[in-house]
Design a protein around this ligand. Structure first.
Ligand code: PBG
Length: 333
């Protein structure tokens, strides 16, 4: 047959394929999320096989392991004792709380690892919301931002390198930037959860932290986060959020969840020159684990293919619970 263009020519051998490969995964692309708790045990998380709630005395060794594999950033999430949860989430800015102690310890034990934090009230709120819930059941924007600013400054004081507001309140990036600057933390960056969708994929994470919305008082508590997290039906709105975050001083923008929102990563990549991060969230992780446990898919191949899809879509960074596994698999390819 007379066929002029034969794309298969460049797929013929591993060498030719390596030469024209457009995207690569590196361990330094990964941000490794870790759950911490006050307990003495390393506690497995039921809905996230392979992920744990780390005790502080075992945390440094795990972070050192990640460093040795080439990972350069971790993000910390606290499982807060029920007794410390309040309506205003004030434990979130306690300088002796779990997160600041974990940060100080890691800065001592693994000083070169970048530390990212999560800024939101949900792990500290008895209502399980990212903000303060009014008596009428409204998640209050501006009142919440005051708490978030205190939380961010406290985390910076403890030594955090990147502050990650995940709460989706309007105007929080600008307010946090100003609060950090006023406190002398001009050098501390903001990685904002720019396009964070109201997603069912966060289920296993909420189990890990026991942080799902719930009514513990007389107050009516919204059952979901639809009044602040984005509607999964919307894409243009993500551009608006990105423009606002950029104007307000975000250093890195994040799309979350990642896999079901690759189109959003792609659109933000076209729209902005800032680095973009994708959050390969808990539900995405657990689905792969469940299918792999049943022998239905090849975990290693599926994970590396999925992570590559984030880079192809335009992400520079990937938050993934598979970070250490993937870094190991990349070494033995
Ligand atoms: C809380 C927060 C959530 C996640 C990260 N920060 C859950 C939520 O918004 O309910 C989800 C992460 C994951 O599912 O892996 N502000």
């Amino acid at each position: 047959m007379e066929i002029t263009y034969r794309p298969r020519r460049l797929r013929r051998t591993p060498a030719l394929r390596a030469m024209v490969r457009e995207n690569q995964l590196l361990p330094a692309d990964f941000i490794y999320p870790l759950f911490v708790h006050e307990g003495a045990e390393v506690e497995p998380i039921g809905a996230m096989p392979g992920a744990n709630r780390w005790s502080l005395d075992r945390l440094s060794a795990e972070v050192q392991r990640a460093w040795n594999l080439g990972i350069r950033c971790v993000v910390l999430f606290p499982k807060v004792a029920e007794g410390l949860k309040t309506e205003d989430g004030s434990e979130s800015f306690n300088a002796n709380g779990l997160i600041p102690r974990a940060i100080r310890q890691l800065k001592r034990d693994v000083p070169d690892m970048a530390i990212m934090t999560d800024v939101a009230l949900d792990p500290y709120s008895c209502d399980g919301h990212d903000g303060i819930v009014s008596q009428e059941g409204i998640v209050l924007n501006d009142e919440t931002i005051e708490q978030l600013c205190k939380q961010a400054v406290m985390q910076a004081e403890a030594g955090a390198d990147l502050i990650g507001p995940s709460d989706m309140m309007d105007g929080r990036v600008g307010a946090i930037r100003e609060a950090l600057d006023d406190a002398g933390f001009e050098h501390v960056g903001i990685i904002s959860y720019t396009a964070k969708y109201s997603s069912a994929y966060y289920g296993p994470f909420r189990e890990a932290l026991d942080s799902a919305p719930r009514a513990t008082t007389e107050k009516v508590i919204p059952k979901n986060k639809d009044t602040y997290q984005m509607d999964p039906a919307n894409a243009r709105e993500a551009i608006t959020e990105a423009q606002l975050d950029e104007q307000e001083g975000s250093d890195i923008m994040m799309v979350k969840p990642g896999l079901a929102y690759l189109d959003i990563i792609c659109r933000l990549r076209d729209e902005s020159e800032l680095p973009i991060a994708a959050y390969n969230v808990s539900g995405e992780y657990s689905m792969v684990k469940a299918a792999a446990e049943r022998g239905w898919i090849d975990e290693r191949a599926v994970v590396l293919e999925t992570l590559l899809s984030f880079k192809r879509a335009g992400a520079d960074l990937i938050l993934t619970y598979h970070a250490c596994d993937a870094a190991e698999w990349l070494q033995t390819r």
